[in-house]
Design a protein around this ligand. Sequence first.
Ligand code: 5GP
Length: 194
Amino acid sequence: MNILEKRILEEGRVLPGNVLKVDSFVNHKIDPAFFMKIAEEFKSRFSDLKIDKILTVEVSGIAIAFAVGLLMDKEIIFAKKSVSKTLGDDVYKSSVYSYTKGVTYDIMVSKNYLKKGDKVLVIDDFLANGKALEGIYDILEQAGAQVEATGILIEKGFQNGGNRLREKGYKIESLATIKSLENGKVEFENSLDF
Ligand code: 5GP
């Protein structure tokens, strides 16, 4: 069992609809030292890749991506979910259906920050049905950038987004993969120690 799985078992709560609540260390409160250890694991898994930059989505992906970016010495871009006056119109945009919120929203990245040929490492907190990642990959395709790999904190393996995207050829590494949340009990698969 790895440090992330241990923490999920200790602090995670299973909500109705197969949603895992990890607010106490991912989505609402953050333990920086813990995220640095997580980032070390991502760094070792991606050490053979040549990447130019890291892309994540606001809000929860930012802290994880920051830790990885610090260790790998790469800049981080986060896709925005809301339009602001500062963002302007010159953006790559994609629509994403949110499983947890039951709504569709746009994610946007300024055309200033992604260039054709950029080699990008994608980082995010959860992978469930894969809609958020599809939106990110769509934006990278619009920019002519290349997805080198994707690092996910928690994959809900039973929702199959990860397997569908791996079959399309994406390299996706998840640090904890959940096999089942049935009866409020968290079960993992493909557990790797770190
Ligand atoms: P997907 O698009 O792959 O279905 O879901 C990914 C996004 O949905 C993540 O960015 C995350 O915000 C959210 N998400 C999906 N399932 C869960 C869950 O069980 N718990 C939490 N906290 N977020 C989830």
